[in-house]
Write a protein that binds this ligand. Structure first.
Ligand code: F3S
Length: 107
């Protein structure tokens, strides 16, 4: 089991989730974070930290977001670890809750 970062993180990347992770399982891309499913211990402390409500336990991922299980697993193999919270993307608040952001995912 793992936790999963889903679509609403794209173009927001608030990174509040990072500081609370006890096992440093977040990986950083240009405009999105993913969770390495091999490192996540399912502690769930990141869920309430995300201002975009983008993180779910695997079993709670909404049906239209299930593709993000594979996206997290795949991109976590290539992206570097992020272990400290940093400034969100400049227009994060404007993009929060905008639907259909998958097309903006930069790899
Ligand atoms: Fe993304 Fe939420 Fe973390 S927007 S970077 S999952 S705090």
């Amino acid at each position: 089991m793992t936790h999963v970062v889903t679509e609403n993180c794209i173009k927001c990347k608030f990174t509040d989730c990072v500081d609370v992770c006890p096992v440093d399982c977040f990986r950083e891309g240009p405009n999105f974070l993913v969770i390495d499913p091999d490192e996540c211990i399912d502690c769930a402390v990141c869920i309430p930290e995300c201002p975009a409500n983008a993180i779910f336990a695997e079993e709670d991922v909404p049906a239209d977001q299930v593709k993000f299980l594979e996206i997290n697993a795949e991109l976590s193999r290539d992206w570097p670890a992020i272990t400290r919270t940093k400034k969100p993307l400049d227009d994060a608040d404007e993009w929060n809750n905008v639907p259909g952001k998958l097309e903006h995912l930069e790899k």
